[in-house]
Design a protein around this ligand. Sequence first.
Ligand SMILES: C[S@@+](CC[C@H](N)C(=O)[O-])C[C@H]1O[C@@H](n2cnc3c(N)ncnc32)[C@H](O)[C@@H]1O
Length: 212
Amino acid sequence: MSFYVDEALAAGGELVELGVGTGRIAIPVALAGAHVIGVDSSPGMLEVCARRAQEAGVEARLDLRLGDLRRPPVDERVPLVTCPFRSYLHLRDDDERRVALRAARELLQPDGRLVFDVFTPSREDIEETHGRWIEREPGIDERADWDLEAQTLTLSVRGPQGASTMILWWVEPERWHSLLAETGFEVLACYGWFDRRPFAGGEDSVWIARRK
Ligand SMILES: C[S@@+](CC[C@H](N)C(=O)[O-])C[C@H]1O[C@@H](n2cnc3c(N)ncnc32)[C@H](O)[C@@H]1O
């Protein structure tokens, strides 16, 4: 994902990725020469990430730590914290969001940046997908159950490896803006996609915020 690679290099190549997952972003970022501290609460994800890092030959630049993004096990202070691919949607309310944003701020050097992306579904997307099994990849079906009142997406996936369900909690971009201001950030940019087009009310929002 060149957006996150560019942000990592622009920040000088030292960063923490919260919710590092299987390293989909962290490995290209490390391949570009950056040092990544990757935090995730799932031992399984970290295991896959460690294996992929080794295969890519970047294990020395990827420091993987088991932990919660609301209380990251990181003493270092860095110029950049990222939280790619909607990991903040695992936070269920504003209290959790504030705790997570303050925790990210703590990791940042003065003027350091927090970069993350989230989504807010459109009515059309909800109507199109609600309660239907849709084949996302050959052999892998996904079903979205949207609750407009609770602002939750219950995402079910089934495939050859088994089935799983998770809940994501979304809020409007205006709320992200207020939460960032409340927790000591200045919003430098809010894009509508990773090509840095300005946010114009779509589903995706990509945020660059500076520690005040
Ligand atoms: C959608 S994946 C994103 C993975 C990666 N950043 C990427 O772009 O591919 C979300 C990740 O966040 C992790 N996660 C969810 N809640 C978390 C929490 N409270 N603390 C740390 N990691 C969490 C999940 O285990 C998962 O690996």
